[in-house]
Structure formats: C-alpha cells, structure tokens
Design a binder for this molecule. Sequence first.
Ligand code: E4P
Length: 218
Amino acid sequence: MKFFVDTADVQEIRDLAATGLVDGVTTNPTLIAKSGRRILDVIAEICDIVPGPISAEVAATDYETMLAEGRKLAALRPNVAVKVPLTMAGLRTCKALADDGIKVNVTLCFSANQAILAAKAGASFVSPFVGRLDDVGQDGMELIGDIVSIFDNYPLFRTEVLAASIRHPMHVTEAARLGAHVVTMPPAVLRQMVQHPLTDKGLATFMADWQKTGQSIL
Ligand code: E4P
C-alpha cells in the first residue's frame, strides 16, 4: 500500500518525507491556492523532495487546453502525474497523455462507472473521493470496495485505486482492508496514525524504569 500526502505545503512534505513513509504527493487547485505560490514552482520543488508520483492538476476544462497544460506540467519533472477531472474532455486528455507515456491521475471520481472509464482511458491512478461522498450521505468506502473488486476482474487494467478525500485514520484502515493501492491523506492524518495512548503510557513506564538501572547503551 502506498501513502501519498495531499498538500502543497513544502515544509510539511519535507518533514514527512524524512520519515521515509511518503511515496508520493497529490495537489489540487485549492491546495495550490492555499500555498500562495506559483504552481510551476511549487510542483517542481515537491518533485525534487519526493521521488514518487507528484500529482499536478490542470486548470482548464476543454480538451485542447488541458492537453497543453498537462504536457507543460509533465515536462517539469519525470515524476509528475498529470491530474485531470473525470469529464469526457478529461478522459480524452487522459488517453492522449497516457499514449505519450505520461502518468495521469483522473480525479473527482464518485462512481464505479467513472472509475471504469478512467481505466479504459489508460489512467495510472483513479481518485475516488471518500470524504466528499460521506459528506452527502453516501458510503465513500463502499465505492472503494466496488472499484477494487471490479478492477480485480480485469487484470489488464493497470489503473491503481487511489483513495482520496481522506478525513481521518479510520479511512486509511478501511481503504487498506479493501485493498486500495494508494491512500492520499492530509499530513495531519498521517501524524494521527502513529498515535496511541497505550504507546505513550508504555514508553513513559519503560523510560522511568530504565532511569532506575543507571545504565547507558552508548
Ligand atoms: C485528491 O487528490 C484531492 O486533492 C483531495 O483528496 C481532496 O480532498 P478534500 O475532499 O479533503 O478536499
């Protein structure tokens, strides 16, 4: 299972990448706006920090402009994955970019049929938005399970299921249980995953007992 972080905050990425737990990064126009930086600069910088796929989203909605934007983003660094929306024009752009050997992440996926279309268009990743489905009263994880089992029926589909719009650690556990290939999560969720009160309590006891021994390992 691969872990991506969903942020354009370079300092956060640098800190988390140092742990060796980050396999890639996803961004979107909202996250780029939040960073306050130029997309081309921030994507290039992230690509130099994390060697895995870095998703950079196009900003246009028509095929010709999306294709031109996608090519420009992909030319930044070899580890850019171009993110396109799950529209007919987005799928056409996906196919054209994939035919050129460019990795594509098809985003804003909310149904199994949309995911099948992304796979047919040669996407490297399809991103079902779990949290946003939960927000409107649909079970986002049920969609992850559906897509994983459908893709399992077709070994020629190379598209990885990238569980996105992750809101809390239980989403990660569930996505793993269902066999999602990748989870992209906000940095805060990755930090929450390490927390357990019994770990803190146990460590405090061990440290106190160790002090009593008067020993030093080094
Ligand atoms: C995925 O790549 C998106 O950037 C992201 O996961 C959207 O999450 P949100 O619903 O928390 O905005």
